[in-house]
Design a binder for this molecule. Structure first.
Ligand SMILES: [Zn+2]
Ligand SMILES: [Zn+2]
Length: 179
């Protein structure tokens, strides 16, 4: 997703890309450390020139492969987001915080001859990934006593212990370790 700054006309250019999970891994690296997969990436950009500032308005879609945090089943989630970015000439890179545009409003990058949007896109996708993914809102998760998937079966442990909060403590593995 490298764009020659010279090719951006004042009226702006529209660009579209489709990318795979391999592209995502190459762009961000460290694929082994991730607990999610990304595929089906679609990106649209409008780049425009405002003096020497290049503004970018982008839209990203991707399919994320995750694991449900309650029942540990794999799930896929489609995410999408819009974002704005501004690129300033590299010689105007601030020594302190003296930019015209504040980074709270919009991301800022710096260019020499080429703008590479790959990393920005990959980061936008990461921002959309839920911290606690659920296969469905009402997922019942795994039984803390026997590990059975409570969405497909009922071991009855919950009913036995719900009568008293103290009864819950009896089943905890921690207690067994103390013996
Ligand atoms: Zn689940
Ligand atoms: Zn159980």
């Amino acid at each position: 997703m490298r764009i020659q700054v010279q090719s951006i006309s004042p009226e702006g250019v529209r660009l579209e890309y489709e990318k795979t999970g391999d592209w995502f891994s190459e762009t961000l690296g460290d694929a082994d450390e991730r607990d999610f997969t990304v595929d089906g990436i679609k990106v649209r950009f409008t780049l425009a020139r405002l003096g020497r500032t290049i503004t970018v308005e982008g839209h990203v879609e991707a399919r994320i492969g995750l694991t449900c945090c309650r029942c540990l089943k794999p799930l896929t989630k489609d995410v999408q987001t819009d974002f704005r970015y501004a690129y300033l000439p590299a010689e105007r890179m601030p020594r302190e915080a003296d930019t015209e545009v504040t980074e709270e409003d919009v991301g800022i990058g710096y260019y020499e001859d080429v703008i590479d949007l790959g990393e920005v896109v990959a980061e936008q996708i990461v921002l959309e990934i839920p911290m606690k993914p659920l296969c469905r809102e009402e997922c019942r998760g795994l039984c803390p006593y026997c590990g059975i998937d409570l969405n497909v079966a009922d071991c009855g442990h919950k009913e036995k212990t719900i009568s008293s909060p103290l009864a819950l403590l009896r089943g905890y593995p921690i207690k067994k370790q103390k013996r």
